[in-house]
Design a protein around this ligand. Sequence first.
Ligand SMILES: [Zn+2]
Length: 292
Amino acid sequence: MTGFWPAGHQSAAAFTFDVDAESAVLWGAPENARRMSVMSHQAYGPLVGVPRILSLLADHGITATFFVPGFTAERYPQVVREIVAAGHEIGHHGYLHEQPSAQSRDEQIAALDRGLDVLAEIAGVRPVGYRAPMWDLSWELPELLLERGFLYDSSLMDADRPYELAVAGTPSSSATSGAQAASSLVEIPIQWALDDWEQYCYLPDISGAGYIATPEQARALWEAEFDGLHEVGGCWVLTNHPFLSGRPARAASLGRLMARIVATPGVWVAPLREIAEHTRSLGLEPRSVQPI
Ligand SMILES: [Zn+2]
């Protein structure tokens, strides 16, 4: 793995936040809108969690990536503008947190384009990164992302560090010189152990079994994954949701984790866009992943 990361670094780490808010419990279940308490649980993210997390990131000098569904941007435009104003990256996360693998191709196109339009209109950004809601990428989406000029996706789980994902329907990288930029997406892998949903989320009849981990348990898991990935020169990507990790004790614990990672020699802490741009600069041969 020597030579993969920028000089002086043996691994990379990224803090990412999925600002799902209400959208995560509305897509496929619009009746949840009737449940005021459930809506309030989700609203905590943009209302309280995001400002606290922005402050935490500033304290530790970290630039992060926030994946924002279009519906969240419409409902909390000022919050999304504050994320942008603080210098963080905004990524695409669907319009209403649609699960791509459960949608037709046309439905996926509609969600993708509507999300892009809203982020442009409200936050003035054109994201280069995409994360599939529920980390449930469809086989069609990579091509749709490439057609829209996306540089990277962060939804797959088959590697310890970023790679070039060959996209079906586009010219192979060897067909013409310079074609790689148009025939592959950078994939920045994630994994379930590095998500706060399984640790913290409990919504009766919607998600979770009622077991809620302590912040120390969650941090111990994330630190163990960090140690493992750092050792093998991998890319540690933590995914947190402001409605979960924005609560005071959890945010304080997250701050301790940030301090430890920033202080670890040889770790490149960067937003996903920078990690994707660096990966693209390596000129890797795209990996073809065949549908089952
Ligand atoms: Zn999400």
